[in-house]
Design a protein around this ligand. Structure first.
Ligand code: NAD
Ligand code: MG
Length: 382
């Protein structure tokens, strides 16, 4: 049976790569619903090629233009409606949105009993405590797309989770990895966006440079694999060939390797438990030659340390951490603050946070918006 895919964030980096995988596997999947971004040209090309039944647009001025061409189910900003829409038959949601926006559509899709293929790590960072029980309650699958989590997920196949000693999440170090802290003051947006290994959206590329991305991934792994923080370690691995590892009780280590091509974990998530054919990007280990590893430097990357602390304390802190980071990254990308100010803003938000352990989605939604907006207002609109 052809599986119907709902793809949120189709015009972004993960979204476009998901479309690539769907293109290769036309006999297995159809694009039933799609949410589009700010490029009208890209949006029209996607609708023309994949002919989805339902479309969500982000820009008001695109609404009429697209509706005139494709009079199907079209609405503005209605991500939750799309995520929960019943297309009949086997349906999966690929969440390729960036940022907090991904949380509520994920919740809507779980409640509508759809399997979730999750690239949007912010969903689990902010609300993992609520999302994981919901996944269990509605008996749906939650399969990671983030390459590190896909690697760990693959390493765990056939294993008893009680035999896991620890998880080793690899980190490329991001675009500024060869710079000392004193050299970070004057780095420009374009320097930060020049990632050595991966071509990704702007927000995650900045997060890689601050190591916040690894911090978010540690919290994501904690929820996804239900593993204590003490058993999650990070290691610098400049080549991004080993996507992550699991160490077992007998000290045996399983790793998953591949080129830096996100279409691989996307393909794995879409096909799971089967593997789909994928002809591109075969890894040539002899050409790579060496794989190197270096202990994580928490002094150099204080936001990773802060993420562990926020994750361990839990409650509303991961939401505050994420909201402050989203605002700070947006401000940096808009040229309103220097690079190191990102750390300062996020640290201050955590330091001054009013700790709260009672969470629900409504509370998290308001908390995120409060922090995000206050920080944006303080430093100027983006
Ligand atoms: P991106 O910026 O390239 O794309 C994000 C998409 O989300 C765009 O289509 C954008 O229009 C849409 N979007 C953002 N805010 C929206 C809003 N308020 N309303 C409607 N649509 C909105 O980002 P990306 O790099 O593709 O990352 C997506 C997610 O995947 C992130 O959570 C990121 O951390 C994660 N991820 C990305 C990569 C990668 O290689 N790009 C790897 C691992 C994980
Ligand atoms: Mg990752």
């Amino acid at each position: 049976m052809i599986k119907k895919i709902i793809l949120l964030g189709a015009t972004g980096s993960i979204g476009s790569q998901t479309l690539d995988v769907l293109r290769i596997n036309k006999a297995l999947f159809s694009l039933a619903g799609v949410s589009l971004g700010s490029s009208l040209e890209k949006s029209i090309a996607i609708i023309t090629e994949f002919k989805p039944t339902a479309v969500v647009v982000r820009k008001n001025e695109h609404l009429e233009i697209i509706r005139n061409k494709f009079p199907e189910l079209i609405c503005l900003d209605c991500l939750e409606e799309l995520a929960s829409f019943d297309f009949k038959g086997a349906q999966m949601l690929v969440n390729a949105l960036s940022g907090f926006t991904g949380m509520l559509p994920t919740v809507a899709a779980i409640k509508a009993k759809k399997d979730i293929l999750l690239a949007n790590k912010e969903t689990l960072v902010v609300a993992g405590e609520l999302i994981m029980p919901l996944v269990k309650k509605h008996n749906v699958r939650l399969i990671p797309i983030d390459s590190e989590h896909s690697a760990i997920f693959q390493c765990l196949v056939g294993e008893d989770s009680t035999n896991v000693k620890k998880m080793l999440i690899t980190a490329s170090g991001g675009s500024l990895r060869d710079k000392k802290r004193e050299d970070l003051k004057a780095v420009t947006v374009s320097q930060v966006l020049a990632h050595p290994n991966w071509s990704m959206g702007q927000k995650i590329t900045v997060d890689s440079a601050t190591m916040m991305n690894k911090g978010l991934e540690v919290i994501e792994a904690h929820h996804l694999f239900q593993i204590p923080y003490q058993k999650i370690e990070t290691v610098l691995h400049y080549q991004s060939i080993i996507h992550s590892m699991v160490v077992f009780n007998d000290n045996s280590i399983k790793a998953q390797l591949g080129t830096s091509d996100m279409r691989m974990p996307i393909s794995y998530a879409l096909g799971y438990p089967k593997r789909l054919d994928f002809v591109d990007s075969e890894l040539d280990l002899c050409q790579i030659g060496n794989l190197t590893f270096k202990a994580m430097d928490f002094e150099r990357f204080p936001l990773l340390k802060l993420s562990y602390e926020a994750g361990i304390k839990g409650g509303n802190l991961p939401c505050i951490l994420n909201a402050a980071n989203e605002a700070a990254v947006a401000l940096f990308l808009a040229g309103k603050i220097p690079f190191l100010k990102i750390e300062e803003i996020v640290s201050k938000a955590i330091l001054e946070a009013e700790f709260q352990t009672k969470l629900d989605f409504n509370y998290l939604f308001n908390l995120h918006n409060k922090y995000y907006q206050e920080i944006i207002n303080k430093y100027g609109e983006v």
